[in-house]
Ligand binder design. Structure first.
Ligand SMILES: *[C@@H]1O[C@H](CO)[C@@H](O)[C@H](O)[C@H]1NC(C)=O
Length: 379
């Protein structure tokens, strides 16, 4: 994708270059070209000798400028890609170490990170108790792409690891819990279906000021914080930016038979690539995997909390079941209406005798139907 943008930029630079050259050719009095009579008259008055070299010079400068820009973009792409590759190799060591200690299958066996673009790397691991698999997205700054880099800078830092662990279905009781930065709380509470539907912002003195915790019951909040999450989040240089536990989709489902999977999501900020940074990053990543075990083995909701959670799921998803049923009935009604319309079209083409017979049959059919309905009502 980024590469595409880069090529588009290059193409744009070339077009501008060509257009600039064409315009300069037209404006400048290139030898051999016959200037239009009026321009000739004007030029004659001022004296051609003085004005001729000047457009030629600006023409050259424009070309040089654009060629320089294109060369700069290419050089920046190569340099930025190399920087990111070196950074990815650095973080791959830490990520690979923690993954190998926690999963039996990591990456494709040879490498941990798979390059998706010059600033995006992906990984996948499976083979661990209490979860089906984990996948991650290491996002680096778009050093190779000045435009994307600018948007990154405007939108806040981008250097982070997004992690998704799909939990075993029976390993934990499903619930929704999240800790997000206060400045993201409004967007998360509005855009994530699971949070908007089931959770609300919980006030808890153990949660630092700069964070908002969304939860659906008090004992889930307490037990999640008991994992050591509260201490981790309260730490000054905490790298864990955002954490979600969920059993429901992030987006509003379209149908009632959507897939419900339990997930643990985490966003970990990348510190400066130093030994200390790598240690802290590795510890934070390992803590997220520890949470997988913790949720499965230590979180035990009270029966009344579990009942409340089940009840709110039923209420939310009953609506989907109703909508699905309504859609089905509408479809059936539409098919019947279509059939009726084609039948009437055919009747329109019949001879009078045929039509009379059809109408009689149709009347009988309608009568039978209404009788059937009435007997059903009587019963
Ligand atoms: C996960 O990785 C961390 C760090 O390497 C390690 O300390 C921990 O024991 C691992 N967890 C399991 C369950 O192997």
């Amino acid at each position: 994708m980024r590469l595409l943008v880069q090529i588009a930029l290059l193409a744009l630079a070339c077009v501008v270059l060509l257009a600039g050259r064409a315009a300069a050719d037209e404006l400048g009095n290139v030898p051999g070209e016959v200037p239009p009579p009026r321009a000739q008259a004007a030029a004659g008055a001022e004296g051609r000798a003085a004005s001729a070299p000047e457009p030629a010079l600006s023409n050259y400068m424009l070309e040089a400028l654009l060629a320089g820009l294109a060369a700069g973009l290419v050089a920046n792409y190569v340099r930025g890609s190399r920087q990111n590759a070196a950074l990815a190799a650095f973080w791959e060591k830490t990520i690979g170490g923690v993954l190998r200690a926690n999963f039996s299958v990591v990456g494709d066996g040879r490498q941990v990170l798979e390059r998706d673009s010059a600033s995006d790397m992906l990984f996948y691991a499976s083979g661990r108790r209490h979860c089906r698999f984990a996948q991650g997205h290491l996002m680096l700054s778009a050093r190779q792409d000045p435009v994307a880099l600018l948007t990154d800078l405007v939108g806040g830092g981008r250097e982070k690891l997004e992690l998704e662990v799909v939990l075993d279905d029976d390993a934990s009781s499903g619930f929704v819990f999240a800790a997000v930065p206060r400045k993201r709380a409004r967007a998360v509470g509005r855009d994530r279906y699971d949070i908007a539907t089931f959770a609300s912002a919980a006030s808890n003195s153990r949660v630092p000021e700069n964070l908002v915790v969304f939860s659906e019951c008090a004992d889930a909040t307490t037990q999640m914080l008991d994992s050591g999450l509260d201490e981790l989040l309260a730490d000054e240089g905490c790298l864990l930016e955002e954490i979600h536990v969920t059993d429901s989709p992030a987006e509003k489902p379209e149908t009632h038979d959507f897939e419900r999977v339990k997930k643990l999501l985490a966003t970990i900020r990348l510190p400066a690539p130093t030994d200390d940074g790598a240690r802290r990053f590795g510890e934070t990543l390992a803590f997220v995997f520890y949470l997988v075990d913790y949720i499965a083995e230590a979180v035990r909701l009270r029966p009344e909390s579990a009942r409340k959670i089940a009840k709110s799921r039923d209420a939310a998803f009953r609506e989907f079941a109703r909508l699905a049923e309504q859609k089905k009935q509408e479809a059936v009604a539409k098919i019947a209406a279509d059939k009726r319309r084609t039948e009437l079209d055919e009747v329109g083409k019949m001879s009078p005798e045929q039509r009379r017979r059809w109408e009689e049959r149709d009347r009988k059919r309608a009568l039978k139907k209404s009788l059937g309905k009435r007997t059903r009502v009587v019963k």
